[in-house]
Write a protein that binds this ligand. Structure first.
Ligand SMILES: NC(=O)c1ccc[n+]([C@@H]2O[C@H](COP(=O)([O-])OP(=O)(O)OC[C@H]3O[C@@H](n4cnc5c(N)ncnc54)[C@H](O)[C@@H]3O)[C@@H](O)[C@H]2O)c1
Length: 255
């Protein structure tokens, strides 16, 4: 097999169903020559079952990004499968119901803190955990939902994504000397488990359906996955701290 990611060893987080954006990334990466190792959170046997649906079954390592022991042990566990990592995909977010769906003014710190730990701080934590296995030319890619605007129902998740976008710029700053890039893909709304857990998510779906200049398919994760694979490849060698929009052009519009 040959392709854009020939010979690349990738660690891909965030697969929970075959609708996960991370699943499309893992599939496309394998189709383009990469070796993929997955991490799974919580329901490991489910993630292992999904991993069998990839073109080549990928090993699954348990990783709860709020568990420091998991983070500390990650590099050794990855080493059991590959001798280094060329790319890392952070496809992780979580917010308790109390911090989104219009609850911005009622949210309590403990719940907001959980959202920020899982969705924002974990980007740095995952990068640091993977660093011992990374070389110059390495690439870290995460997923955001345009945090330059306040959206209905997204609430504290929007704040978490604003923090994620900033975290990516700081990772770019601190890892640049080591030749490691950090970039985000800002995806339009996609039907996944995470999306379904946001009450009122259909408002985004309607807005994109009506307004995205290129149109927008809520089911199709491939455009986002392609951009992520491109950023993991050697074809963006001088790009870091960037947010690439894969949203049908929605972000470019005025009110
Ligand atoms: N679906 C969308 O509309 C959309 C749009 C833009 C960005 N995103 C982002 O894409 C990423 C992937 O989400 P998705 O839409 O594919 O949904 P998903 O539900 O398939 O994936 C979310 C993943 O986060 C993982 N996760 C949650 N808590 C974790 C923890 N403590 N440790 C490790 N993993 C944990 C879950 O296991 C799951 O695999 C998220 O960052 C999400 O915010 C999604």
């Amino acid at each position: 097999m040959s392709g854009l990611l020939e010979g690349k060893r990738l660690l891909v987080t965030g697969v929970i169903t075959d609708q996960s954006i991370a699943f499309s990334v893992a599939r496309l990466a394998q189709e383009n020559g990469a070796t993929v190792v997955l991490t799974g959170f919580g329901r490991l046997s489910l993630v292992e079952r999904i991993a069998k649906r990839l073109p080549r079954e990928a090993p699954v390592i348990e990783l709860d990004v709020t568990n420091q022991e998991h983070l500390d042990g990650l590099a050794d566990k990855v080493r059991a499968h590959v001798d280094g990592i060329d790319g890392v995909v952070h496809s992780i977010a979580f917010g308790p119901q109390s911090v989104l769906g219009g609850e911005f003014l009622n949210a309590k710190w403990d719940d907001v803190a959980k959202a920020l730990q899982v969705s924002t701080y974990s980007y740095q934590a995952l990068a640091v955990a993977c660093l011992p296995l990374m070389q110059p030319g390495g690439s870290i890619v995460g997923l955001t939902f345009d945090a330059t605007k306040a959206w209905p129902v997204y609430d504290w998740m929007g704040v978490a994504k604003a923090g994620l976008e900033s975290t990516s710029r700081y990772l770019a700053l601190h890892l640049g000397k080591q030749g490691i890039r950090s970039n985000l893909v800002s995806a339009g709304p996609l039907r996944t488990m995470a999306a379904k857990s946001i009450p009122g998510f259909e408002q985004f779906e309607d807005a994109w359906a009506e307004r995205a200049p290129l149109g927008w398919d809520l089911q199709d994760k491939e455009p986002a996955a392609r951009a992520i694979c491109a950023l993991l490849s050697d074809w963006f060698p001088a790009t870091t701290g960037e947010v690439v929009h894969v949203d049908g052009g929605y972000h470019a519009l005025g009110a």
